[in-house]
Write a protein that binds this ligand. Structure first.
Ligand code: C2G
Length: 153
């Protein structure tokens, strides 16, 4: 039985995350996912829209994920590899080389990311939509103001 382990924030889950996790599951029999806690996200300099409990619940809902654990600090990977008897530690290749120091205990591999999508991009699109809506509302309000003024004159 081959056990694969990976880690991530997995905020606003998208196809980049899902495709990576599917590929990781195809590498073995058991896939364990370490989801970054909100506190660890702060250490990573990231903030997430969904709190840890919801990000964990969403990953657990993926039928091909066998277990979800909390990722609380950078140093836990080596211990997790021992605790869960992990054969492969795998990440997207934006992390290439970052975890080679634990290659002695486990096979460390990096898989190509899915280009063209990221949680940051999704947040940007949503914020732009909000800005457009606010602008349209401001336009409507000023138009109503002008109409009211005309009616009064
Ligand atoms: N990913 C991907 N394709 C994307 C976006 C993300 O393959 N378009 C991969 C990343 O390479 C990572 C995983 O999905 O392996 C999770 O990505 P994030 O949620 O951004 O996690 P990250 O902040 O990279 O956290 O200790 C490791 C860190 O916790 C990794």
């Amino acid at each position: 039985m081959t056990t694969v382990l990976t880690y991530g924030t997995f905020d606003l889950l998208h196809v980049g995350h899902v495709r990576l996790l599917r590929r990781l599951k195809a590498l073995g029999d058991t896939l364990i996912v370490g989801v970054s806690t909100d506190a660890f996200n702060e250490l990573k300099g990231k903030s997430s829209i969904y709190p840890f409990a919801e990000r964990r619940e969403i990953i657990e809902a993926l039928g091909f994920v066998d277990q979800v654990i909390a990722e609380e600090h950078w140093e836990q990977k080596r211990d997790d590899v021992q605790t869960y008897n992990v054969d492969i530690l795998a990440m997207g290749d934006d992390w290439v080389g970052e975890f080679d120091d634990i290659a002695g205990d486990v096979e460390v591999i990096y898989l190509p990311r899915t280009e063209g999508i990221s949680t940051t991009d999704i947040k940007t699109v949503i914020s732009r939509v909000e800005e457009d809506k606010i602008f349209a509302l401001e336009q409507a309000v000023s138009q109503v103001g002008r109409l009211v003024k005309k009616l009064r004159d």
